[in-house]
Write a protein that binds this ligand. Structure first.
Ligand SMILES: Cc1cc2nc3c(=O)[nH]c(=O)nc-3n(C[C@H](O)[C@H](O)[C@H](O)COP(=O)(O)O)c2cc1C
Length: 434
C-alpha cells in the first residue's frame, strides 16, 4: 500500500505490523564511508521503547535493532541500510475478542473501508509500534546533523491541564514524563497514573526545539520548511495539530506584538531578527534562529473504561479494551518527533548540498569556457601571423577570400558545425585579419 515511504534524498521505507515477527526500515541516500554510532541508534530506541516507566505501556519490548545491511565496520557502505526490530512481547490473543468490534478512536474502521482487510492485532500497521523504525532512521539522521552543529531537544510541554512554565533541557531525561519543568513534572506524572488507575488516558503537547540550523533552509511555496515539518510530524499516529512559534496564539495577538523586528546583532554585528515569535521560519525558510514547534497529541484511544460502540454487523457492544496500553503517549512521542524532524532536516540539507554542488559545477564550466575563449584568441593571433608570413613570401599561391570561405564551409559540413554560422564568423575574421 502506498504511504510507507518518506523523504527524497535521505529516504526511508518502513514495514511491518505490531504483531508480525518484526518491524523494520530501509534507508537510502547516504554516501559511503560515513561513521555511524550503532549504540546511539539503540539509545534512541530505548527512549521510545515501551515498558520504560509507570506512565507508559507495560508491554515489554527490548527493541534491539539489528542492522541487516548498509553498514560495515561502523561505516555506511553507500548501499541501502536495512534495520529490523523483532517483536517479542506480542499477546495476539488479547486481541481475538476485538476482531469484530470497532474500537472507538482506532483505525480499524477506516482501514476496513479502504482495504477490506485489516490486521487487527495491536492496531497492525496503524500501531504506534511502527514509529520505532522511524526512530532508528532518525537516530542516524540526528548523528549526521550533530556533525553539522544541529541539535534536537524534544520535551513534554503540557499534559492535560498541567503546563510547564520553564524549560530546563538537562531535566528532560531525568523524569519519566520527559517534562522540561522540574516544578510540574511530578504533578503530570500523578495525573497520568491517576487516569490509568481510573481506566482512562491523557493527551498533551510535545514541544521541539531545533538548534543550530543554518539560515536559508527550506523552499518557497509548496515546499516550505514548516510545511515539510508538518508533513513529517503529522504522520505520527495520535498527533492532531502542529504550531510554529506563537502558533495559534498569534491569532489573538496584534501585528505590533507578533512581528519580529530586525536589528544589528551586538555580538556578531550581523543584521538578524531581534525576537523569535515566528519560531525560526519566515516565508518557509529558516532564519537561523532556534526552530520552535509544538504538536498536540491526543489521549490514547485504548482505555479500560467501558465504552459503547458496535461490532461489524452494527450490533451494540459495551467494550473495555483491556490489554497493555499507554495511559499517555507523550513521553514516548518525544523521541519520535525528534526523529521525524531530523529526517526532514537531513533530507533538506542533502538537497541543498546537491544544489550547491550544481553551482560548483557551473563555476567549473564557466572557467572552462573562459579557457577556450583564450585559446580561440591565441589561435586567431597565430593565424594572423601565419597569414602575414604567407603573403610576404613571393610566389606562394594565395586563396581569395571567397575560396577561403568555401573551404571553411566544407570543413564546417565535415565536422557537423552549422555552415551558415561559420560563414558569419569567418566573414569577420577574414575582414579583420588580412
Ligand atoms: C509511540 C506511540 C505509541 C502509541 N501507543 C498507543 C496505545 O498504546 N494505545 C492507543 O490506543 N494508541 C496508541 N498510539 C496511537 C495510535 O498509533 C494512533 O492513534 C492510531 O494510529 C490512529 O491514528 P490517529 O490517532 O492519528 O488517527 C500510539 C502512538 C505512538 C506514536
Amino acid at each position: 500500500m502506498p504511504g510507507s515511504k518518506f523523504g527524497s534524498l535521505y529516504s526511508i521505507m518502513t514495514f511491518g505490523e505490531s504483531h508480525g515477527p518484526f518491524i523494520g526500515v530501509v534507508i537510502d541516500g547516504l554516501k559511503p564511508g560515513l561513521p555511524i554510532d550503532l549504540e546511539e541508534i539503540q539509545r534512541e530506541l530505548d527512549r521510545r521503547r515501551p515498558g520504560q516507566s509507570k506512565v507508559t505501556t507495560p508491554r515489554n519490548e527490548a527493541d534491539r535493532a539489528q542492522i541487516v545491511s548498509g553498514i560495515f565496520e561502523g561505516k555506511t557502505t553507500g548501499t541501502p541500510i536495512c534495520i529490523i526490530i523483532p517483536n517479542q512481547d506480542q499477546r495476539s490473543k488479547d486481541y481475538g475478542k476485538l476482531k469484530e468490534i470497532f474500537r472507538p478512536g482506532h483505525a480499524a474502521f477506516t482501514y476496513l473501508k479502504k482495504y477490506g482487510i485489516f490486521d487487527y492485532r495491536g492496531g497492525g500497521r496503524a500501531s504506534g509500534r511502527e514509529t520505532a523504525t522511524r526512530v532508528a532512521a532518525g537516530a542516524i539522521a540526528k548523528q549526521l546533523l550533530r556533525r553539522e552543529g544541529i541539535e534536537f531537544y524534544g520535551f513534554v510541554r503540557r499534559i492535560g491541564p498541567h503546563e510547564a512554565q520553564t524549560v530546563d533541557y538537562h531535566f528532560i531525561e531525568q523524569n519519566p514524563v520527559r517534562c522540561c519543568d522540574p516544578a510540574v513534572a511530578q504533578t503530570m506524572e500523578h495525573y497520568i497514573t491517576g487516569l490509568a488507575e481510573a481506566g482512562d488516558s491523557a493527551g498533551g503537547i510535545v514541544e521541539l526545539h531545533i538548534r543550530g540550523l543554518p539560515a536559508g533552509l527550506g523552499d518557497p511555496v509548496f515546499e516550505k520548511l514548516d510545511a515539510e515539518l508538518s508533513h513529517g510530524l503529522m504522520s505520527i499516529g495520535a498527533v492532531k495539530g502542529i504550531e510554529f512559534g506563537n502558533g495559534f496564539r498569534a491569532a489573538e495577538m496584534l501585528g505590533s506584538e507578533n512581528n519580529d523586528r530586525f536589528h544589528r546583532d551586538p555580538v556578531s554585528g550581523q543584521v538578524l531578527p531581534a525576537t523569535n515569535h515566528a519560531g525560526g521560519i519566515l516565508g518557509g525558510i529558516s532564519t537561523g534562529q532556534d526552530l520552535v514547534l509544538r504538536i498536540a497529541v491526543k489521549p490514547p484511544s485504548s482505555i479500560n473504561k467501558v465504552q459503547h460502540t458496535v461490532d461489524r454487523s452494527g450490533a451494540p457492544v459495551a467494550l473495555s479494551v483491556g490489554g497493555r496500553h499507554d495511559p499517555c503517549i507523550c513521553p514516548r512521542v518525544v523521541p519520535v518527533a525528534e526523529a521525524m524532524a531530523a529526517l526532514v532536516i537531513l533530507d533538506l540539507l542533502l538537497v541543498q548540498q546537491v544544489i550547491a554542488d550544481g553551482e560548483k559545477n557551473a563555476a567549473a564550466l564557466a572557467l572552462e569556457i573562459e579557457q577556450i575563449d583564450a585559446q580561440v584568441l591565441m589561435l586567431l593571433q597565430r593565424r594572423e601571423l601565419l597569414a602575414a608570413r604567407q603573403s610576404a613570401k613571393p610566389g606562394m599561391p594565395e586563396q581569395s577570400p571567397a575560396q577561403q570561405l568555401d573551404r571553411i564551409r566544407d570543413l564546417a559540413e565535415q565536422t557537423g558545425f552549422d555552415p551558415a554560422k561559420v560563414s558569419k564568423i569567418w566573414d569577420v575574421i577574414l575582414e579583420s585579419i588580412k
